[in-house]
Design a protein around this ligand. Structure first.
Ligand code: SAH
Ligand code: SF4
Length: 348
């Protein structure tokens, strides 16, 4: 019988059982394990019989994505282009921090419908949602890149292209596969998802799990400015987002990160800092400041965007700290390969 060729990477261990029938369940679990080890063909699944491997090869593929260009920055960042089956591509990044910890950063969409004015991905428009398997495969591709560069991936951030909470169903499936101890087994505590602030999605994640670390890209706590910078804000007012964050915190007991891209001369003033502090009040939050990474051609209200001067960033950080907030600065990594925050999308 002719069957469609399907990639197995997006199926949970339990879903594989009916899918791979008549393969016995214990062997389905072996297949799940083999996929997590990164084998490239069924012929490498040496615990299966020859006939079984041939049968699976005829019916399925292990991956639907391919590795495209790979760019390495001298600072240790590696950016990968991931080619999807329908000729669309997305990007994933391997980041290494000062402590030598390696983090995979994956995308949830090709392009992004939110359209933040400071973000390269946002300027591309929206292509489509990624499927769970396409997210799992990004993680596998990054892990392989890590092996090539002598690094072991220990953390995952869902901060690549796209708005994760607008593709929450597939994201939850992917995270379920990546955290399954029978396979990749990454701890949920080591996974952070970043959102531009989709209040309904934050609540859904709180209710249905998994309890990931949550980062919210606040960027400006002055509603009018924020709505101009982050268009999804218009349908997700800040009070509603704050309520959802409070609910998330209540349900998960997790500290939240408030992120802010600092745009020189736009959102770094004293009034901005005061509004930011007011927003954070009542939340258990740390602040992560990200000096804007340049993207050519992006402007706001008729002026080109610019990076904040280092003193501007420091002054803003100090104003937040004086209000009792804990503030971290994001290391600027990956700029040499346009693999830093907000720069993804240049390889297409
Ligand atoms: N869509 C999600 C996650 C991907 S963007 C979100 O917006 O949160 C990841 C982070 O990069 C966000 O905090 C976003 O505000 C930030 N960012 C976007 N463009 C940037 C740029 N050019 N420079 C620095 N940070 C940027
Ligand atoms: Fe989308 Fe995030 Fe970029 Fe905004 S910052 S356009 S939400 S990827």
């Amino acid at each position: 019988m002719d069957m469609p060729v399907r990639s197995l990477s997006g199926f949970s261990a339990d879903e594989l059982i009916p899918l791979l029938s008549p393969l016995p369940p214990y062997k389905c679990r072996e297949v799940f394990k083999w996929i997590s080890r990164g084998v490239r063909g069924f012929e490498d699944m040496t615990s299966l019989g020859k006939q079984e491997r041939e049968d699976l090869t005829r019916r399925f593929v292990l991956r639907s994505t391919g590795r495209g260009k790979e760019l390495a920055d001298p600072d240790g960042t590696v950016k990968l282009q991931i080619r999807l089956h329908d000729a669309v591509s997305t990007e994933a990044v391997l980041l290494t921090d000062k402590e030598g910890r390696s983090t995979a950063c994956i995308s949830t969409q090709a392009g992004c419908p939110v359209g933040c004015v400071f973000c390269k991905t946002g300027s591309l428009g929206f292509r489509r949602n990624l499927e769970a398997g396409e997210m799992v495969e990004q993680f596998l591709h990054i892990r392989e890149a890590g092996t090539r560069w002598g690094r072991e991936v220990t953390h995952l951030v869902i901060m690549g292209m796209g708005e994760p909470l607008l593709n929450l169903g597939e994201l939850r499936r992917a995270v379920g596969i990546i955290t399954d101890p029978r396979g990749l087994g990454l701890s949920k505590r080591r996974i952070t998802v970043s959102t531009s602030g989709i209040a309904g999605g934050i609540r859904e994640l709180a209710d249905l799990g998994p309890p990931l670390r949550l980062a919210f890209s606040l960027t400006s706590a002055r509603e009018e400015l924020r709505n101009a910078l982050v268009p999804s804000g218009r349908t997700n007012p800040l009070p509603r987002i704050k309520e959802a964050l409070g609910y998330y915190q209540e349900k998960t007991g997790r500290r939240i990160t408030l992120e802010a891209v600092l745009l020189g001369g736009i959102n770094t003033g004293a009034e901005e800092a005061a509004a930011f502090r007011a927003f954070a009040r009542g939340l258990d939050a740390v602040v992560n400041l990200i000096p804007w990474n340049p993207v050519e051609g992006l402007g706001f209200r008729g002026r080109a965007l610019r990076e904040p001067a280092p003193a501007e960033t420091e002054a803003f950080a100090r104003l937040l700290e004086q209000g009792g907030l804990k503030v971290t600065r994001r290391f600027r990594r990956g700029r040499g390969v346009s693999g830093a925050c907000g720069q993804l999308g240049s390889l297409d």
